[in-house]
Design a protein. Structure first.
Length: 661
């Protein structure tokens, strides 16, 4: 999970001054592109001030003149699906021709790594790629870039889907498009603008963030030049070190003593591992960090054949047990170190791990199940609080990352695409915002409204397209991942709740994926069902099909004695449990004391009846309320999983967490 870091100067922080002697279009226009059917199609670019520009496409010939700044735009009339066609743009001195242009439906695919995830990494990838011969499915892959100011263009190109090109397609987008083509038989264009590990604020415009006083902090004090950004980065890291360790860094010799059992680390700060230190105390930090953890072995236990499991780390670890070096591994691979018999002793033991991260995410990145000591007479989880201290700072820490400020990716990877005519957006993001899930209730609807507003207003002063400006916005609810223990609350459950709340906006749809995730892998490989479920919502929201496209959603409850009866929307053909014995799982109930207990759940017709021997008078219900909520197994007979929910409004575990620069 690397976050590419680029110099703002290198990616064009300052807008490049083009010579408009030749007519020019942004790179989103190109051979093999898909243009949106049944809607006015904006075509725009640059030329000499006052220059006449003529665009010819199918039987349409449109002309306009560049304004004083050299910009021009015109609208092609709505057209039906078809092609291939040629599009010609002619100016005073040159002529551009784009070949193999199709008319169909264009969908923007955006978000973080699970949308970025390529077809080459899914289940049965070889077979899927071999069968990926869909020449009327096209992808425009936007190259990663960031900017403090809105850019006019992106670096990218269109490619048709063949077994030779499909491996680089967004997997979710590919399976989404494949399902739509099966149903609609029209060309599908995918505009893939994604970046792993990114939060939602970086995908939102400065104007959008400024409308919300709480989220405006994401753009507060943002610098405007490359040098100012570097100085800001140096100040940010100095402030971070002052906060975590009084601004002090060790000498190389001092750092080596940190592995010894008798070193006094009582003054070190702590963070939960496994995890990404970017979200646990070291934001936008690259360098060397040491982690320490004490393990107590009972006096009457003699551990043998012990394996230290650390899961994958980012990037390079050097691991010590009781001061003895036991192994080092590069990159995102599993760490399983066999300890010599006798190294782990009864009583106090110390594990020390030196992590050298060269860029982006950093830390012990696995899941709880990959993280522990196992062997004869020992089975000890290492998930939880670890002490940590910074040993070195890499210069890349001073550069801007995509999450340093808000709007960086909107400016560089979304703004240049507007107002390319689209059918809608599919979105898969939220993992990076989970620690601020309560704030996502504001941030996610704001982004949806923000994108819609920019697309609607970008064609002014030309007449607005007749189609609704509230284009379909479909999104994936977070899959199950991490711990199933929700005794201390669940940030992922609260993020899912925020995503569900966004369905209050018009023309939205959500694909629930709690049954197809992987508790030990934040990148589940089953992207086939994700794409299919998004496509089902698209058929309903975008194409007006009358069908069941989502799972049961909580509607109401009635309480009788120690029982609660739940009713649902989207029941479809009926409720069913996906359990071979018919058991219904994932429900909890609580009384007025706010203590939740697992509930007995039974489907009776189109309702679910709950009770618990531990709760005499239940007042609240939660379903699928955990980071790993894969146990939840209520479906409708149409094959869609129920939406996780809670009926209470009790304190959120993330309500105090806000965006910090």
């Amino acid at each position: 999970m690397k976050c590419l870091r680029l110099s703002l100067l290198a990616v064009g922080l300052l807008l490049v001054q083009f010579s408009y002697a030749d007519v020019r279009l942004p790179n989103v226009f190109g051979s093999h592109m898909v243009l949106q059917r049944k809607k006015p199609v904006p075509v725009w670019g640059w030329a000499e001030a006052g220059e006449k520009v003529t665009v010819t496409f199918t039987n349409q010939v449109k002309t306009t003149k560049a304004d004083k700044s050299g910009k021009w735009m015109l609208l092609l009339d709505p057209m039906e699906a078809g092609g291939p066609y040629g599009l010609t743009v002619k100016g005073k001195k040159n002529e551009l021709t784009y070949d193999d242009v199709l008319l169909g439906d264009v969908w923007v695919c955006s978000g973080q790594s699970n949308m970025e995830w390529q077809l080459s990494g899914v289940n049965d990838a070889k077979a899927e790629i071999k069968a990926a011969n869909y020449p009327t499915m096209r992808q425009f892959l936007v190259k990663k870039s960031l900017s403090l100011v809105p850019k006019d263009d992106v670096d990218g190109n269109w490619s048709a889907c063949t077994p030779e090109t499909a491996a680089r397609f967004t997997a979710v987008g590919y399976f989404f498009a494949r399902s739509l083509q099966t149903e609609l038989n029209v060309p599908i264009g995918l505009v893939n603008t994604t970046w792993g590990g990114t939060h939602i604020e970086t995908w939102t415009s400065r104007e959008g963030l400024a409308k919300d006083p709480e989220l405006a902090t994401a753009i507060a004090n943002a610098p405007t030049t490359d040098e100012a950004m570097r100085q800001s980065g140096q100040q940010r890291i100095a402030k971070l070190l002052a906060k975590t360790q009084n601004g002090q860094l060790p000498t190389a010799a001092e750092a080596l003593t940190w592995a010894t059992p008798d070193f006094d680390a009582s003054g070190w700060r702590t963070m939960n591992m496994p995890g990404d230190w970017q979200w646990s105390g070291l934001p936008e930090f690259d360098g060397v960090v040491w982690f320490r953890r004490e393990v107590m072995i009972p006096d009457n236990v003699n551990p043998k054949k012990v394996i230290l499991r650390l899961g994958p780390s980012d990037d390079v670890d050097s691991t010590f047990v009781n001061g003895q070096f036991v192994g080092s591994t590069r990159d995102y691979a599993l760490r399983n170190y066999v300890l010599p018999d006798g190294l782990l002793k009864p009583g106090r033991n110390v594990i020390a791990v030196r992590i050298n991260d060269s860029g982006g995410s950093g830390g012990l990145m696995g899941s709880g199940g990959q993280f522990g000591l196992t062997g004869t007479n020992v089975d000890e989880s290492l998930a939880g609080k670890w002490q940590y201290r910074v040993a070195q700072v890499h210069p890349t820490s001073y550069n801007a990352g995509p999450n340093t400020y808000g709007s960086l990716l909107f400016n560089a990877m979304v703004h240049p695409l507007i107002p390319y005519a689209i059918e809608g957006v599919i979105w898969y993001q939220g993992e990076t915002n989970a620690d601020r899930a309560n704030q996502y209730r504001r941030a996610f609807p704001l982004l949806i409204r923000d994108w819609r507003s920019h697309w609607a207003n970008a064609v002014l002063p030309l007449p607005k397209p007749t189609a609704s400006t509230d284009f379909p916005f479909l999104f994936v609810q977070l899959a199950n991942f991490g711990s199933a223990d929700n005794s201390q609350g669940s940030n992922w459950a609260e993020l899912r709740e925020a995503q569900t709340m966004a369905l209050a906006l018009p023309n939205t749809g959500m694909a629930v994926t709690s049954d197809i995730g992987n508790p030990s892998d934040i990148h589940p490989r089953n992207k086939q069902d994700v794409g299919k479920r998004l496509a089902a919502e698209a058929l309903r929201v975008a194409y007006g099909k009358i069908l069941v496209s989502a799972g049961p959603m909580y509607d109401a409850r009635t309480m009788t004695g120690n029982q609660i009866t739940l009713t649902f929307k989207n029941v479809g053909q009926g409720l069913v449990s996906h359990d071979k014995y018919g058991y219904l799982k994932g429900f909890q109930v609580a009384g007025a004391d706010e203590k939740f207990y697992f509930a007995k759940a039974e489907i009776k017709g189109d309702v679910v009846v709950l009770s618990s021997d531990s709760v005499a008078t239940p007042v609240a219900v939660r379903y699928g309320w955990a980071n790993d909520n894969g146990e939840a197994n209520l479906f409708n007979k149409d094959g869609f999983p129920a939406v996780p929910f809670r009926t209470d409004a009790w304190r959120s575990v993330t309500e105090k967490e806000k965006f910090e620069q």
